[in-house]
Design a protein around this ligand. Structure first.
Ligand code: NDP
Ligand code: 8X3
Length: 257
């Protein structure tokens, strides 16, 4: 796609799942990449692999989006060549724990709120002023079906994704006169490391989440992000909700076990 060639795409949480799939999808379209995450060894191997396969510029840096000063500093330190970010994909996020509100560990809440809401805000706040100055840019947030519907045992995760939905809408209003697009891509069940993280490393429990039906793949979501980013300049895809075919709502999942 000519429209993405040499565009500078910044993806948070690019070490796994949807973020990593987006990195490959955009590299295939000859975009230049700025990638971050906490796991440096994964960033390194993804950078090497993408550079080898697609010959595009890839700059990576370790970042925990929960730390405001680190976010500001590391974004300031992006090399000159890749500084003018055209497309920001706010993907870093997690669900942590799956429990009734009154039994849940409040540390899980802090982690989700600090990452999914505050991290997204810090990154966006550091990137958007440059877009405003250049009167050009696109912010694509990874929301969730959980940003449209609540489900039991997910009060805080759902709360964070409802917040992403509201922030997306409000930001779109704030930059409407700046030629900046703001979008959200909101999946249902995607098989990634998401459930392993949610269940704190319990691989068996995580696997069960995706048994009995065909879940979405990270690449399905990267497709939607790519579609969103590659529309003509006058088109802003506000939101895309994507289910696996066997899912009809946050709580209706047709499993054949
Ligand atoms: P993964 O767990 O596979 O990937 C999450 C990514 O986020 C990793 O690269 C991880 O990198 C990064 N990340 C997590 N916390 C931080 C942090 N504090 N700072 C920087 N990076 C961080 O899950 P998914 O790919 O599924 O999730 C991606 C996004 O999609 C999330 O926002 C999630 O809420 C959303 N989503 C997922 C769905 C699903 O069913 N899987 C459905 C709907 C939405 P590292 O650990 O290296 O820091
Ligand atoms: C992550 C998927 O359905 O568990 O957003 O909320 S779900």
């Amino acid at each position: 796609m000519e429209i993405l060639k040499n565009k500078i795409v910044f993806i948070t949480g690019a070490t796994s799942g949807i973020g990593r799939a987006c990195a490959y999808a955009f590299a295939k379209e000859n975009a230049s990449l700025v990638l971050c995450g906490r796991r440096v060894s994964l960033l390194k191997s993804i950078k090497n692999d993408i550079e080898f396969k697609f010959g595009v510029d890839v700059y990576t840096f370790q970042l925990d989006v929960r730390f405001k000063n680190d976010v500001e500093k590391s974004i300031r330190q992006i090399p000159e060549k890749l500084k003018n970010i055209d497309i920001l994909i706010n993907n870093a996020g997690l669900g942590r724990g799956f429990a009734k509100f009154y039994e849940d560990d409040t540390q899980n809440w802090d982690e989700m709120i600090d990452t999914n809401i505050k991290g997204l805000l810090y990154v966006t706040r550091a990137v958007v002023p440059g877009m405003v100055e250049r009167k050009s840019g696109h912010i694509i947030n990874l929301g969730s079906l959980a940003g449209h519907e609540a489900y039991p045992n997910g009060s805080v995760y759902c709360g964070t994704k409802h917040a992403v939905d509201a922030i997306t809408k409000s930001l779109r209003m704030d930059v409407v006169d700046k030629n900046i697009r703001v979008s959200t891509v909101d999946p249902g069940m995607v098989e990634t490391e998401f459930s392993v993280v949610r269940f704190k490393g319990d691989e068996e429990r995580a696997k069960n989440v995706y048994k009995g039906y065909t879940p979405l793949k990270a690449e399905d979501i990267a497709d939607a992000v790519l579609f969103t980013a590659s529309r003509p300049a006058h088109v802003n895809i506000a939101e895309i909700i994507i289910y696996p075919t066997a899912q009809a709502s946050a709580t209706i999942l047709h499993k054949q076990l």
